[in-house]
Ligand binder design. Structure first.
Ligand SMILES: [Zn+2]
Length: 179
């Protein structure tokens, strides 16, 4: 770079008058290109796990969910484990069996997301979430509740398990109010 602005900067360096503002820095030789906006959300903002056998040893949970079956693992000695695991948290055996869970339950408690929804759910606000006691097993599961506004829900209400599709061939579960 040359010309009047260079001379002005040099003069300012040698004898800076107290009242004169510093000369602006020269622009960089090359402006780096902006990074491309990724087509997918960063994984850290993705609420749903990777589900294939390549990604998780618990892929059978999702395979079964695709067939409409909610399931978990059971240790022969210590009983049901939720969520499904690859090893029993009590005796640490990896010899767990897969078992289907009931597809009905009752609302133990509920609340509603009125603001601050997670990424991807902003347009669903307000939506209910709740804890569901599955019929006949000692498991209380958390999930979204569909089929009624949160103002119409009541504790003890019957709900059913509802698998649903999410991005990229994945699946997850929620609960739907039984009419
Ligand atoms: Zn065990």
């Amino acid at each position: 770079m040359s010309g009047p602005s260079t001379r002005r900067r040099a003069a300012a360096t040698l004898a800076p008058p107290p009242s004169e503002p510093a000369a602006p820095a020269p622009p960089p030789a090359e402006v780096p290109a902006r990074p491309k906006v990724p087509e997918r959300r960063p994984y850290v903002l993705d609420l749903f796990p990777l589900e294939s056998a390549r990604d998780t040893r618990l892929s059978r949970f999702y395979d079964r969910l695709r067939e409409g079956r909610l399931s978990t693992t059971r240790c022969r000695k210590d009983g049901l484990v939720w969520p499904p695991r690859t090893a029993c948290p009590t005796c640490h055996t990896e010899e767990l069996e897969w078992v289907d869970l009931p597809d009905r339950g009752r609302l133990y408690a509920f609340s509603a997301v009125l603001a601050g929804a997670p990424v991807g759910m902003e347009h669903d606000v307000p939506f209910p979430v709740g804890l569901v006691d599955l019929d006949g097993v000692p498991l209380r599961l958390y999930g979204r509740i569909e089929g009624a506004p949160w103002t119409a829900l009541r504790v003890g209400q019957e709900v059913r398990v509802e698998p649903f599709d999410v991005d990229e061939g994945r699946v997850f579960y929620r609960f739907r109010v039984v009419d």
